[in-house]
Design a protein around this ligand. Structure first.
Ligand code: GCU
Length: 625
């Protein structure tokens, strides 16, 4: 381009309307930003169904850790992201012209899995960034992909392997997998993660929760190697209705259209194969003979082998159907009443975020002892360990997305985050026979923008998984002594969940005796929460709050009241075990624990435990139809 034409064009530009010039420069600026942004944005992690059933190299154990409240390991003093951040895991070198002011090898350790709050007294209240580092050796094999599998990292997290960014993630209760194939070395490697549990206004959950904001790598971390063409997700379920037809799909990554996939159930001598379409998905549909359906009474699990190309997964799963018919919930075609209890992922005895088989078996063991056939896992997706235990022990599950109390329901970014977490929850856990309910939310304000937000989530969940029931825990309003269930969100749900605290946050235990209910939905209803607080071992009269007698009295009055509700098809009193909460400072009673447990965090059963156990065992509560 010669100077003359430049000058000519310049003149022409001057002539152009000022706005057009402005627009042109903004557009080019935007392009520059997008290019730079794309360059810095980390690859998006993927969801692997049944990741816990894959052979893996565990990275659990002691990790070097650095507490970094100002996040100066990532941001400069002008809050720009640093190129030489602590993710480089740099060691000071003789002759360095600048100081290296961190050294993971000398840093105190934090255990993974585990929250940091209960590992070090100084971190009990800590909310902010913490750096983790771990060395490991690995021999990558040809024609394979390697993923860094993170069971959960609360709340936002960033990961680098050998100094290279491999992914970032938001959401504290779902697993994700970062592709590290391109950056792994044969031999010595290191992984650095930064985890920040700061609560943020546009977060999911938002700023307020009634559970402790346990931070860290709270579930297992490992390396999962898969062949170049591999199965990332699959769905297998029993078709509703008579007979035993298993349907679903298997999705392949990097597979050619027409690639063959196979599903086999050796115990039943059943096998089928199908081929993938353009999108990498193969539809599965085959009849099996002699199938024993999964139910709480008979939690029959089958080894199911899913194969494609060089890849295969040995899944362990049960087959059952769940649906509604009017106000009934049908499990395997028969009406069922859900005798349940709500559970937080708080570890019994040691407290902190639960993650182990032992934690799961202790909590679910107590639920079985109570006479439960169902548990509400609140208020966020619990880990695969808990869900595998529920499959094994025969407990039906309400699983929940952490849309809790108030969120920025008018913020599309927040909706996208809630959708991402919902996708991760469903795509990770979709093959658990135990899970029958996907809960979209808990105690959200009855506003139009909220209703729209959750209706969007509910229809997304239905598309992702049309084989389960959609629910949410709604608030209830009152007129005098009549409780009214008419939240418009109920229209979008298959099963109505309601939370009420008659006898605790309102009235006294006997208030239940005079309370009437108006339910504006001819749908199954679950009382997803009711109860009251008691300090284990504190005794007095039924009128003395915080005593076991008062809590037991709440249950004695609640159960006959709830039995009057024609649509009542289940309940999950709040809560199985006392759990840590930042909203509970009452010294000598709560001591930062929510004391509504039927059992204390140290395993002491309160009187109310036996009141409910008797009702469940005698069958005096609830009707399946
Ligand atoms: C609410 C909420 C729970 C909370 C409970 C309580 O209903 O859903 O998360 O812990 O009440 O106040 O104890």
């Amino acid at each position: 381009m010669n100077l003359l034409s430049v000058r000519l064009r310049a003149r022409v530009i001057v002539l152009l309307p000022r706005r057009m010039v402005l627009f042109a420069s903004l557009a080019s600026l935007l392009i520059v930003f997008v290019v730079i942004g794309a360059a810095q944005a980390a690859p998006v992690p993927i969801v692997l169904t049944g990741a816990d059933r894959r052979p893996a190299t565990s990275l659990n154990g002691d990790w070097g850790s650095i507490i970094d409240p100002y996040f100066s390991g990532l941001f400069s003093f002008h809050h720009e992201e640093k190129g030489n951040g602590w993710f480089l895991n740099r060691k000071a070198q003789p002759g360095d012209q600048f100081p290296t002011e961190y050294d993971f090898s000398k840093a105190p350790k934090l255990k993974v899995p585990g929250d940091w709050n209960t590992q070090r007294e100084s971190l009990l209240y800590y909310e902010g960034p913490v750096w983790y580092e771990r060395d490991f050796t690995y021999q990558p094999r040809q024609h394979t992909h390697l993923f860094l599998h993170v069971g959960a990292a609360n709340y936002r997290s960033w990961f680098w392997v050998n100094g290279q960014k491999v992914c970032e993630h938001e959401g504290g209760f779902t697993s994700f997998n970062c592709d590290v194939t391109a950056v792994i070395h044969a031999g010595a490697n290191f992984v650095v993660g930064a985890v920040d549990n700061s609560r943020i206004e546009d977060g999911v959950p938002g700023l307020e929760t009634d559970w402790w904001n346990y931070g860290g790598l709270t579930r297992e971390v490992s390396l999962i190697e898969v062949p170049e063409t591999f199965i990332d997700q699959y769905d297998l379920h029993l078709r509703r209705g008579e007979g035993s037809v298993i349907e679903g799909w298997v999705h392949l990554v990097n597979g050619e259209p027409g690639a063959k996939v196979e599903v086999e159930i050796p115990e039943l001598g059943a096998r089928t194969s199908a081929t993938t379409g353009d999108g990498g998905r193969a539809a599965i549909h085959f009849s099996v003979k002699g199938l024993e359906r999964w139910s709480p009474e008979t939690p029959k699990l089958y080894k199911v082998v899913v194969r494609a190309n060089q890849d295969s997964i040995d899944e362990l799963m049960g087959f059952r159907t769940v649906e509604t018919r009017g106000t009934e919930i049908l499990l395997n075609g028969k009406p069922i009443f859900l005798r349940g209890v709500a559970i937080h992922a708080e570890a019994p005895y040691r407290t902190g975020r639960a993650y182990s088989d032992k934690d799961a078996e202790t909590l679910l063991g107590w639920a079985k002892e109570l006479g439960c056939n169902y548990v509400r896992l609140a208020h966020y997706p619990h880990d695969e360990t808990m869900l595998r235990a529920a499959d094994r022990m025969g407990l039906l599950v309400w699983s929940e997305n952490p849309v809790y109390w108030a969120l920025q329901f008018d913020n599309p970014k927040v909706l996208a985050k809630a959708e991402q977490q919902l996708d991760e929850e469903i795509n990770t856990s979709r093959n658990h026979a135990a899970i029958i309910l996907w809960s979209m939310a808990n105690e959200t304000p009855n506003t139009a923008v909220r209703t729209q937000f959750i209706e969007t989530l509910a229809s997304r969940a239905r598309t992702l998984d049309p084989t389960r029931l959609i629910t949410a825990a709604l608030l209830v309003r009152a007129e005098d002594h009549t409780k009214i269930v008419d939240d418009p969100l109920g229209k979008a749900l298959d099963v109505i969940g309601i939370n009420e605290y008659i006898g605790w946050y309102e009235g006294n235990p006997a208030t239940a005796d005079v309370t009437k209910w108006r339910i504006d939905y001819q749908k199954p209803l679950i009382v997803s929460e009711f109860g009251g607080g008691a300090k284990a071992g504190l005794h007095g009269t039924e009128k003395d709050r915080w005593t076991e007698e008062y809590q037991a009295s709440i249950f004695r009055h609640q159960l006959p009241m709830l039995n009057q509700i024609a649509q009542l098809r289940g309940m999950s009193p709040w809560v199985l075990m006392d759990f840590r909460s930042p909203n509970r400072p009452l010294v000598g009673i709560q001591d930062e624990f929510n004391r509504k447990g039927l059992i204390s965090e140290q395993g002491q059963k309160k009187q109310a435990f036996y009141v409910l156990q008797k009702a469940y065992k005698d069958g005096t509560i609830g009707k399946a139809e």
